[in-house]
Every structure is written in C-alpha cells, then in structure tokens.
Ligand binder design. Sequence first.
Ligand code: FES
Length: 115
Amino acid sequence: MIICNCAAVGHAAICKAVDEEGVRTVKQLQDKFGVANQCRKCAIAAKTIITLVLAAKAANKKAGIEAPVQLDIKTMLEAMAAAEKTKHFAAGRGKGLRKIRASSTSACRCGKGCR
Ligand code: FES
C-alpha cells in the first residue's frame, strides 16, 4: 500500500527499513526515502507504521521469533485511522512531527480538552 504519494513509497519499504535497517523516526524516513518531505500528509501514517513495526518486533523478540515483521493491512489502517483522529496529529509544517504520538488512547496534556 502506498503511504507517501509524493515520494511513491509503500508500507513494505517503510516496514523493511524499520525492521532491518534501524530506522526509528520519521526524520530518518525523510532522509532515506523522501517520505513526508513535501505535502507531509503521510507523516502520521509513517509514524504509525514505525510504531507498529517496533511493537511487532518487540513482541517477536519476546516470543523468540526471528522472522521479519509483516504488518496486517487491516490493523495498520485501523491504527492510522485512530491516529488521524487525535488533534495532536495535525502535522503542520515544521513543528507537527514532534507532536506525533503513537497511540490515540493516550491522554492529551495540552489543556485544551483534546481527546
Ligand atoms: S504524501 Fe508524503 S510528502 Fe506528500
């Protein structure tokens, strides 16, 4: 599934980069693939994938599984939809990436009553 239309990067490439090449941040994805470098609409999805892959990787390690991480598309889409709902995910130019959080269930601390 294409995640960044501007750079034509799919979720598989992002998963592989996180799982096998040590990418941990959207900034690293920007440097590697050009993800979230133009319109930045993909920043939330990219961050969500990073989080999901790292969680799956940790679960695999705990279970003693050495296989590469493969994300379920449905799970990925649900996580992205949940991430999009949080107001803090609004990825404005320059400052949005710092506010991206992994989970929509975490409580907002901005004092504006966000959910
Ligand atoms: S969709 Fe990724 S920068 Fe535009």
